[in-house]
Design a protein. Structure first.
Length: 433
């Protein structure tokens, strides 16, 4: 359903009226397209405090001066005390207003040092700074924090956050670890997943279909998995993408084994997207509504992940990306079952990620969508729908493509240093973000 309020605020009368009434003024977001794959303009590099970070090895095109930068990259990894924290203000204060519409601000921070509570305090302060700036910067611009030690390992992350692909990701903190960088399987940087096989559950329509399309765009052979009732839609999508369809109830006890059997050559990317809602307040919720949601959204994810890792079907260098939700982070009335299932996904990610990387060479991450414009949200009553759209820093709903682009970044062969992360795709929701 079209966001008519967003369209109205893009007109001169709309801008005037909403400004006078103090209403949200969302800006049309600049998203990726084949015609405009990058943000046009300079990427400005700033430094706060002395830094040992080597950004030259990233290959990023950065400049030390720009009148209206499309993006600003602030290296604050050297900030270790309150006095040097002042340099963050000194660096960004003069340039924030000049950042282009739909521009990007990315702050680079260091991991918290458990042996130095002063360093840990001011590096944690960067998180509060980043989230606060994201809520005030406006005009479709985003602000994110990346904690890292090796800039080369962060190349895919910086490419994503400095691009139109991250239009609905703001106020997030991403930790890039010391894991070795895995070179892309393709010489074509526009198709980094060439030669890789990706399976997306619940992919016949909605967000799952968008994920399948984006992974195929990036070169993957995509297997579209959905329930037998959606087999026709799954086959149509798979045919269009040059992939394959797999009709399977993901809650079946042997779903993992059947997936492995259907993919004898193995799997490189596993996207757990299948999910259902059965909303009702707890006092009115029968046991079946509780159990069905937990079975689809959490138990099936646990079972199939365990089976595919144990069988070796998920190859080394593989990626698991699961779908959590803002409801699992902040809670939502009428969704105790859904919130529990999605919080469970977060627990899975945080526990499994280090072991899966160490034992299988596989990274495990999650995306946590906020209000995304789908058929499901279009059915929400008008006033509740409008509140959901506006309760974030970008004052609008996201699109399935926003979740898909974030998934594609986590699935990228060069994202091997990103592990155990839960990235909210919510426009920096005012709830839980």
């Amino acid at each position: 359903m079209a966001d008519r309020y967003l369209s109205f605020t893009g007109t001169a009368p709309g801008r005037f009226l909403t400004r006078r009434l103090g209403l949200p003024q969302p800006a049309a977001l600049r998203r990726w397209s084949p015609q405009r794959p990058t943000l046009e303009g300079d990427r400005l590099l700033l430094t706060a405090a002395k830094s040992d970070l080597d950004l030259a090895g990233t290959g990023l095109d950065l400049t030390s001066a720009a009148e209206q930068p499309a993006a600003v990259l602030l290296d604050a990894t050297g900030v270790r005390d309150v006095e040097s924290l002042a340099e963050v203000h000194a660096a960004l204060h003069p340039v924030v207003r000049s950042v282009a519409d739909s521009g990007r601000v990315v702050v680079l921070g260091a991991p918290l040092d458990p042996a130095d509570h002063h360093q840990a305090a001011v590096q944690q302060a960067l998180e509060g700074f980043t989230r606060s700036l994201g809520k005030e910067i406006g005009r479709g611009r985003t602000v994110n924090l990346v904690r890292l030690t090796d800039a080369r390992a962060a190349r895919s992350t910086l490419d994503f956050l400095l691009s139109p692909k991250s239009a609905y990701v703001s106020g997030q903190v991403v930790e890039v670890g010391p894991a070795p960088v895995t070179d892309a399987a393709s010489d074509d940087p526009d198709r980094p997943l060439t030669g890789r096989t990706a399976l997306v559950t619940g992919a016949a329509r909605g967000i799952g279909a968008a994920v399948a399309e984006t992974l195929a765009r990036d070169g993957a052979r995509v297997v579209v998995l959905d329930v037998p009732q959606a087999e026709q839609d799954a086959r149509r999508l798979a045919d269009r993408l040059g992939g394959a369809a797999l009709a399977l109830d993901i809650t079946a006890p042997d779903a993992g084994e059947r997936i492995a059997a259907a993919l004898p050559d193995g799997l490189d990317v596993l996207v757990h997207n299948a999910g259902i809602t059965r909303d009702r307040r707890l006092v009115n919720m029968p046991a079946e509504r509780w159990s069905s949601v937990l079975d689809v959204n959490l138990a099936s994810v646990l079972r199939t992940t365990d089976a595919l890792l144990a069988s070796g079907a998920l190859r080394r260098g593989g990626r698991i990306v699961a779908t959590a939700s803002i409801a699992g982070l902040a809670g939502n009335a009428g969704q105790t079952n859904y919130g529990a299932s999605k919080a469970g996904v977060v627990g899975l990610i945080r526990s499994l990620a280090p072991r899966a990387l160490a034992e299988h060479g596989v990274t495990v991450n999650a995306v946590a969508p906020g209000f995304i414009e789908t058929k499901m949200t279009a059915a929400i009553p008008l006033f509740i729908r409008e509140a959901g759209r506006r309760m974030n820093s970008l004052a609008q709903g996201g699109l399935p493509a926003d979740v898909a682009e974030t998934t594609a970044w986590l699935a990228h062969p060069g994202s091997g240093a990103v592990n155990g992360q839960v990235v909210r795709v919510c426009g920096q929701s005012l709830l839980g973000a």
